[in-house]
Design a protein around this ligand. Structure first.
Ligand code: PMT
Length: 399
């Protein structure tokens, strides 16, 4: 793949592998890319900025207070320019800063501000790579869609043996090419994704809900956004961060979800309903806190909520693709297949929420993509990976 004119920002942090990044720059330049290098202060102890300046033919940025000599706009100019933002080598420190949103130097500030895909090539001692804190930080970044290449295993600079060696320049360049080659196959399509849990209020301090975090729905929203779709997320109670770069509508109850969906549905090409909707609400609610009657039990009557997905299915227009989820605990495939029919869906994503690593409030899922033509099993994978598979399947269905 020719990279002529592609804008790549390379962050270099302080590690012995920094010298290998010089070759990354050289290879990228050879393929025609424009490379802009940002070095942390520690990185400059390992390799001189002049090396990167000579190889990239661009001024190297080394700290936040550097005078804007050649880029005469605001300090996040490189964040906006980047088509891919690569950090190689990436220390445990920069990974931790990114995971926490810390912006205390030029590199961490710029990478926090970028909307470009980010690729990290970690390089550190095995103990640091396998430390729980690093594992958690890496997982957090992966969930946000950050790409990783490596690290490789072998003898490390410190003499230890194990995982932690930065990937070879060739592998890093290959990973960059893969990212730049990303499909924009949803361009021109409007996609609405529902996510999170509905809350059904009883009184000002009490409500009924479920464990949905929004992770599954937001993973789909992010993947669809990256593939060029115009995305709307309609979400209830969530603990996962709401993705940037999409239209957001927050609702609370199933009734509010119903009202929103009745309004939004006609304008969408694809609707994916991952929200966990309470099937019931309280028949009677109170505007003041219900007082406890000492020694007496309290009977609450529940009333059926509207079936939103079924209502969306009933007004489905030609050309629209409707996808639902089924959160099941038994007879997973059979129950999901019945919902597929009943709700007039084109596909239902069935997840057995009793399986470890699947369902509510975890970063992974296990699912079956069920259509009228058959079932495709999706083994344990990140919700982001599953999101891509769901979108691939939708594209296939729309052909
Ligand atoms: O958010 P996470 O923590 O990542 O968890 C993800 C998830 C487990 C919530 C998700 O993968 C999932 O399974 N979502 C659907 C949950 C659900 O409500 O399943 P259901 O089988 O009860 O409903 C079937 C479909 O009808 C769903 O698309 C649901 O959005 C919809 N529905 C259900 C009831 C209702 N009254 N109205 C609806 O629209």
């Amino acid at each position: 793949m020719d990279l002529t004119g592609r804008e790549i920002v390379l962050g270099v942090t302080g590690g012995i592998a920094a010298y290998k990044s010089a070759e990354v720059v050289s290879r990228l330049r050879h393929l025609g890319a424009n490379v802009h290098v940002i070095m942390t202060k520690n990185a400059t102890e390992f390799v001189s900025p002049l090396t990167f300046q000579t190889l990239s033919a661009n001024q190297v940025v080394t700290d936040t207070f550097q005078a804007p000599e050649y880029w005469n706009v605001e300090h996040v100019a490189l964040a906006k320019l980047a088509e891919v933002f690569v950090i190689a080598p990436a220390t445990a420190n920069i990974i931790a800063k990114m995971a926490s949103g810390i912006a205390d130097d030029m590199l961490s500030t710029t990478v926090l501000a970028t909307k470009a895909p980010v690729l990290i090539a970690p390089a550190m001692n095995t103990g640091m790579w396998t430390a729980e804190a690093t594992r958690e930080n890496v997982q957090k970044l992966k969930t946000r869609g950050v790409h990783f290449v490596g690290p490789d295993s072998g003898i490390l600079a410190c003499g230890d043996e194990g995982a932690g060696r930065m990937s070879e320049p060739e592998a890093i360049v290959e990973a960059i090419r893969d990212i730049l080659d990303v499909r924009r196959d949803l361009e021109g399509l409007k996609i609405l994704v529902t996510a999170g849990a509905t809350k059904e209020r009883l009184d000002p301090v009490r409500y009924m809900t479920n464990d949905s975090s929004g992770k599954m729905g937001f993973a789909i929203a992010e993947a669809a956004r990256n593939r060029g779709a115009e995305v709307t997320a309609v979400y209830g109670s969530v603990t996962a961060p709401v993705p940037e770069g999409i239209r957001r509508i927050q609702i609370e109850s199933a009734q509010e979800l119903y009202d929103t969906m009745m309004h939004e549905t006609p304008d969408q090409d694809i609707i994916i309903q991952a929200a966990a909707v309470c099937d019931y609400r309280f028949e009677k609610t109170s505007t003041s806190k219900i007082k406890k009657a000492e020694g007496e039990s309290l009977t609450l009557t529940l009333k059926e909520n509207p079936d939103v997905a079924k209502a969306v299915g009933a007004i489905k227009k030609k050309g629209q693709t409707l996808v639902g989820f089924a959160a099941e605990t038994d007879n997973v495939r059979k129950n999901a297949a019945e919902k597929l029919k009943k709700k007039n869906l084109d596909m239902i994503v069935a997840n057995d929420v009793t399986l470890p690593g699947a369902g509510f409030n975890v970063d992974t899922n296990i699912a079956a993509l069920i259509t009228k033509d058959g079932t495709e099993e999706q083994p344990l994978q990140t919700k982001r990976e599953l999101a891509e598979k769901i979108l691939d399947k939708i594209i296939e269905l729309r052909k």
